[in-house]
Structures are given as structure tokens and as C-alpha cells.
Design a protein around this ligand. Structure first.
Ligand code: ADP
Ligand code: MG
Length: 669
């Protein structure tokens, strides 16, 4: 029988280290939290080689006495917790006394510290948890921890580390969150010698948000402040018209601690109900103060799960405080849009290039007419700054790269496409939309228009006579090939209603167009065409998103994206696929990153599908956009041909109601 023995302390330390120290980002989190607990007002974080080579965290906090220095690195050594009763009322961040021991066990650590008011400081070096001697040291007040060669003695762990860029992104994420939760502290973050973040530490959350999230995000925010049910809620949320493509910019803190919580997400999103476009999410930075005995203390330092004792109260407080804030700021939606019509929907609609007459080859030919190639020609004007955001405050990376841009005449925030310059509706079929194949109608021809059966005013051919400003060109199209179905109209700016003989069809216009795009892309019949952005766009993304995109850079290039790393938290986008409107650059990358993270991280074919899905979706018209009749007809034709049944996500594109089903509903049958 195996002998039962107590682990020696080194092995125990290594096991504990595995829990606390997963990667460089977790080391940074522990060290910075110690600095915060020590009362620092300035914290500098520096990393080299993604933090694997070096992490340095320097603070101007209280420091440690020389005699205490070795004790700090013992397991369960803490100055923050003395009795079990203290656990319930924890105010500090660290409390298990485990972090320093765990970090020291798997790295080479040097610490320099000087207590406030002390004449001199002290230093200590440890290697693999084994301390050297405490030496006197001349150093400033506060503490500097230097961690080198992380996991040098645990090669198995080393193998789990991602590329330096991914580890660096994770560290950046940690520092950003800590900076957002501590606006009273000035944070500096240096990556391989370059400053990547500097917050002022002026105790204003908006300054911290500006520094961390960037100007675009910061200037579109509504302040939130209030309380209810014993829960305090403060911070910022995005305006309804500034919805984001994912939930990546939702940041919640509970009593200063970063948490992930579906409850909080739902509470915020509920406040935006009917104000956001489908597929859009609010962004927010919200601080909650909840009585400590009503939150389940998150005992695992690496996790961000939170459990509230009174969930309903927390939900209701967050929901109402955010709703109040949105209502108070009047909502651009309420001011500029007709009743029931969010402003954004109007501004977005419809894509000017829907009827683009060019296929990929024609596009290339046209673009190549000048001396330079398509990419160099930069045929499209890039995104337009929102009209209401005058530059204020400091410049960001984007300012450096984006000179003032022309604003389209329409003022609808659309990109102009001088090469294709289509009129609102063009004549003829739509080769650019469905270039891969011609629609073949497989449905039986209608005997007589139902309108005639119903005894209404007879319409010879509804397609020819459809009201609504169709051009002669369109009439010509229908003369060539009368369809066996009739487009009845559109409802909720999302669903097309059509009929053929005995059936009524409801078609989701976005889903249909998305499917068509997806099939076309997947078939790979056309060459990939890229459009160079006139001015490269710096897109700021959460660290995980950034890492996901950088890892799949080659795949992205294959599909016409050109991106490169740009600072610790941004991508510089130089080109995107020609099918996608340049105003959607950032949204597209956000969506792409999310899909890659969720589905396509490991498997190349899943990654490829993630890219295809995103491109298909972003190149499609959207529910909520205004579509003209010819656009709808083109979609009905394709759906009626039987080629399109389900959207790439598996949702149905069209729903059929038979005459019999309708008659049953009305109790006629
Ligand atoms: P914990 O933070 O849970 O107490 P740690 O292992 O992280 O455990 O730290 C052990 C102790 O070392 C802390 O309780 C604190 O007294 C001291 N310490 C660590 N970092 C600092 C720092 N930056 N400034 C001052 N004291 C520190
Ligand atoms: Mg600690």
C-alpha cells in the first residue's frame, strides 16, 4: 500500500502556485492588488516578452519593514486577515496570504521596499521560492516587485503559455480593469519599453474610461448614478445609438472587484429594450456597491464569478438606475426618430451598394485602371466621425492616423463608393448580389393573382404595377421574366411578405441575404477582393479579442482583411473585404473576434467558417434598415428558387403559411 505522507512545503507551494499563478496576467493582478492594498496612489506595471521574461510592478504605497520581508513570502502569510470572522467583512483585495509565496515558487523574484518614513529600504531575492538574504537597499518609498523567468522550474506549465502577444494582451486586460476599478490611482503600463496606458488617477471614472477605452467609446457615454434596494450603481453606459457588436465592452465591478455576471448584463440590456438594433449590445462601465454580507465573497482570487444573496433587488436596482439615466439624457432616439423608430435604424439604411453592378472581377478591373492596383487605390472613403462628437480632451491613436475625413452629403454616416456610385435603384437583375448562379424559379406558376380572386381591383401583374417609384428599368426586368409569385410588402422593416398561388411566405430579409452571401463565399467561385481603407483605422478591442484576431491573421488575410498589431490594445486595419461597408470595419472585427474566440480557436475549418459567417452577416442588409421594393424582390426571388432555406446559423429564412393553415386560423376550414 502506498505510504501516506505530508507533502513537503516546496511541493505544496508549487501546487498552490498552479491555482494562483496561471499566466503572467495572474501574477500582475496579484502584485497590483497588493500595491492597491498598500495604499499606493501611483502604480507602474512593466512587462517584457509577454510577462514571461519580466514583470515589474512598482508602487508608492506603505512598503514593508526589512524584518517582515521574508515573512511576506511564506504561505498563508498576510497582514490582512487575522481571524476567521474577518473573512465576512473583507475590504482588501488579497486575503489568503498566498500570492507572493505562489509567485516566488515558480519564478525568480527580486523585491525592493522602503517603509514610509524609513531612512533606508531593503531588498530580497528568491529563486524558486528559496529566499536569499535581506540586504539594505537605497530605494524610494513603496515597493517594487520584479518577477523574472516565470515557470522556469515548471516546464509543464510553460507549455500552456500562448504566444507573447496573447499573454501581453491578457496582462493589458488586467491592468485596464484595475485602472477602471481604481480611478483614484494613476496607472502606467509599459510593454517592452513602450507606454501603453497612463491614467491620470484624478479620481474621476470618466478620465479612467477615456484613457482605457478610448475616445470613441468615452464620448458616447451617459453617466449613471443612483441607488435602490440598498445597492449603489454608478458609472457610464453607451447611448442607445452607440450599440456595440458584442458584449465585450461591458465591465462590472462589485465593491471594487471585477465580476462577470449574466444577471448584471441582463439588467442593463433590459433598460435598452426596443432602443437598440437587433444584434447590438450596450457597453458600460458600472460600479456596484452592495452590502458585503449580501455578496458571496469570491474566495478564489482568479475567478470573477459573483453571487448575490438578493438577486432580484440587484437586478431591479441596476435596471432602474440605468433606465433613469437613459431617459434623463433624452435619448437621441427619442429626439430624432419618428415614434417607434430608433434613430440608428434610419441612419443605417440602406446600403448604397446593394445594387452594385459589379462583380469581383469588374471591381478589380475598374480599380486597376489607374497605375496602382485596387488596394493602393483605396476606392472607398472610410468611416465618418459621428456628427455629434467634436474632439475634446486628449488625442488618441486614432487622431494620429486619421486626418479629417469628408462627410457624405447624405449625412447618414454611410461610406461613399465613388467607383460604383449606384443610383438608389438600378435597372436589370442584380449580378453583384447573386453572381454565383442565376435564380431559377421552381415554384408552380400562378394561375391568377389572388387579388382578382378576392374580387379586389384586378392587377394585371402586380410586379409591374407595384407602387413606390420603381424605375422603368425594373419594369423591363419583370417583363422579361414574370415571376410566379407576388411581393406583398414588408412589415416591421424586417420581414418580407410574399405569396405564390396558395401560400403566403414570410421571409427574414437579413437571414436570407446572409445565407446568400455565405453560400457565395463558401463556394469560393469569386476571387477575394479587398478594399484598402483610405486611412487605416485603429480599432480598440478587449485583450482576448485582440489575441483571437492576431492568432488568425493569415486566415484573415486570405479573405481580404489586412490587420496589424497597434499598441497593446488596438489593431490597425488597413483593408477589409470589398463586400463590407467601410463604416462597419470595427463592428466586423468585433464580431469576427467573438466568433473566433467561441468557435474557431483551435479548429482551422471552424475558424474559416467563423470568418465566412462574419463576412456574410456584415455584407447583408439588416432588419430595421429601409429596403426598397426591388431589393425585397431580389431576395424573394432567391428564396422562392429554393436555394435558400436556412441562415448560416440554422435559423429559418422563410416561413410558409398555406391557404389551409390561414383558413383554419380564421375558422373557415
Ligand atoms: P495577501 O495579499 O493575501 O495578504 P500576499 O502573498 O499577496 O498575501 O502578500 C503577503 C503580504 O505581503 C501582504 O499581506 C502584505 O503585508 C505584504 N505585501 C505584499 N505586497 C506588498 C506591497 N506592494 N506593499 C506593501 N506590502 C506588501
Ligand atoms: Mg495579495
Amino acid at each position: 500500500m502506498a505510504e501516506i505522507r505530508q507533502l513537503d512545503s516546496h511541493v505544496a507551494d508549487l501546487i498552490a502556485a498552479g491555482e494562483v499563478v496561471e499566466r503572467p496576467a495572474s501574477v500582475v493582478k496579484e502584485l497590483v492588488e497588493n500595491a492597491i492594498d498598500a495604499g499606493a496612489s501611483q502604480i507602474t506595471v512593466e512587462i517584457q516578452g509577454g510577462g514571461m521574461a519580466l514583470i515589474r510592478v512598482a508602487d508608492n504605497g506603505g512598503g514593508m519593514a526589512a524584518g517582515q520581508l521574508p515573512t511576506a513570502f511564506l504561505r498563508h502569510a498576510t497582514s490582512k486577515l487575522r481571524t476567521a470572522a474577518d473573512l465576512a467583512a473583507i475590504g482588501t483585495l488579497g486575503f489568503r496570504g498566498e500570492a507572493l509565496a505562489a509567485i516566488a515558487a515558480v519564478a525568480r523574484v527580486d523585491v525592493f521596499t522602503r517603509e514610509r518614513g524609513a531612512l533606508e529600504g531593503a531588498s530580497l531575492s528568491l529563486e524558486g521560492g528559496v529566499p536569499g538574504r535581506v540586504e539594505p537597499a537605497g530605494c524610494p518609498e513603496g515597493t517594487t516587485m520584479v518577477v523574472r523567468d516565470l515557470f522556469f522550474n515548471t516546464p509543464a506549465r510553460m507549455k500552456f503559455m500562448k504566444k507573447d502577444t496573447a499573454e501581453a494582451s491578457a496582462v493589458a486586460g488586467v491592468v485596464q480593469h484595475l485602472a477602471l476599478s481604481n480611478p483614484h490611482i494613476s496607472f502606467r503600463f509599459l510593454k517592452d519599453g513602450a507606454e501603453a496606458l497612463h491614467t491620470p488617477g484624478d479620481n474621476r471614472l470618466d478620465s479612467a474610461v477615456y484613457a482605457v477605452c478610448g475616445r470613441d467609446f468615452a464620448l458616447g457615454l451617459v453617466p449613471v448614478e443612483g441607488s435602490g434596494e440598498g445597492v449603489g450603481v454608478s458609472g457610464f453606459v453607451t447611448r442607445p445609438e452607440n450599440g456595440r457588436g458584442t458584449r465585450g465592452m461591458q465591465v462590472f465591478f462589485v465593491n471594487g472587484r471585477l465580476v462577470k455576471s449574466q444577471l448584471l448584463t441582463a439588467a442593463v440590456e433590459e433598460a435598452y429594450k426596443n432602443q437598440l438594433l437587433k444584434g447590438k449590445f450596450p457597453g458600460c462601465v458600472l460600479h456596484l456597491t452592495v452590502p458585503v454580507d449580501q455578496v458571496d465573497v469570491n474566495v478564489h482570487p482568479a475567478k470573477t464569478v459573483v453571487k448575490f444573496v438578493h438577486e432580484r433587488q440587484v437586478f431591479s436596482a441596476v435596471h432602474h438606475v440605468v433606465l433613469d439615466a437613459l431617459e434623463r439624457q433624452g435619448g437621441a432616439a427619442a429626439q430624432t426618430a419618428p415614434p417607434g423608430q430608433p434613430a440608428r435604424q434610419q441612419r443605417m439604411a440602406p446600403r448604397p451598394d446593394f445594387y452594385r453592378q459589379m462583380d469581383a472581377a469588374a471591381f478589380r478591373g475598374a480599380a486597376g485602371k489607374g497605375e496602382r492596383g485596387a488596394a493602393a487605390q483605396a476606392p472607398f472613403v472610410t468611416r465618418v466621425p459621428p456628427a455629434d462628437t467634436e474632439l475634446g480632451g486628449r488625442a488618441t491613436v486614432r487622431d494620429v492616423f486619421q486626418p479629417p475625413r469628408p462627410v457624405p452629403q447624405s449625412g447618414r454616416g454611410q461610406a461613399e463608393r465613388p467607383l460604383t456610385a449606384p443610383p438608389a435603384v438600378q435597372a436589370g437583375p442584380q449580378p453583384a448580389l447573386f453572381p454565383a448562379e442565376k435564380a431559377e424559379t421552381v415554384f408552380p406558376r400562378r394561375e391568377a393573382p389572388p387579388a382578382a380572386e378576392a374580387g379586389g381591383p384586378r392587377q394585371e401583374d402586380p410586379l409591374r404595377q407595384a407602387p413606390g417609384g420603381e424605375t422603368p428599368g425594373q419594369t423591363a426586368m419583370t417583363e422579361e421574366r414574370p415571376a410566379p409569385w407576388r411581393l406583398a410588402g414588408e412589415v416591421l422593416r424586417t420581414y418580407i411578405i410574399a405569396e405564390d398561388g396558395e401560400n403566403v411566405w414570410l421571409i427574414d430579409k437579413h437571414a436570407a441575404h446572409e445565407r446568400i452571401n455565405f453560400d457565395r463565399l463558401k463556394a469560393g467561385l469569386e476571387p477575394v477582393v479587398s478594399q484598402a481603407l483610405l486611412t487605416p483605422e485603429a480599432v480598440r478591442l478587449p485583450p482576448e479579442d485582440l489575441a483571437a484576431l492576431l492568432e488568425r491573421r493569415e486566415l484573415l488575410e486570405e479573405f481580404g482583411f489586412q490587420v496589424e498589431e497597434f499598441g497593446p490594445d488596438s489593431l490597425l486595419v488597413r483593408a477589409i473585404p470589398a463586400d463590407i461597408d467601410a463604416v462597419q470595419t470595427w463592428e466586423t472585427l468585433e464580431m469576427l473576434a467573438e466568433k473566433l474566440r467561441l468557435g474557431g480557436a483551435a479548429d482551422p475549418s471552424a475558424a474559416r467558417d467563423a470568418v465566412l459567417h462574419t463576412m456574410a452577416c456584415k455584407a447583408a442588409i439588416k432588419g430595421g434598415w429601409v429596403s426598397d421594393r426591388a431589393e425585397l424582390q431580389a431576395l424573394v426571388e432567391k428564396v422562392q428558387s429554393g436555394a435558400v432555406r436556412y441562415c448560416p446559423h440554422g435559423r429559418p429564412v422563410a416561413v410558409k403559411l398555406t391557404r389551409y393553415e390561414l383558413e383554419k386560423m380564421f375558422k373557415r376550414a
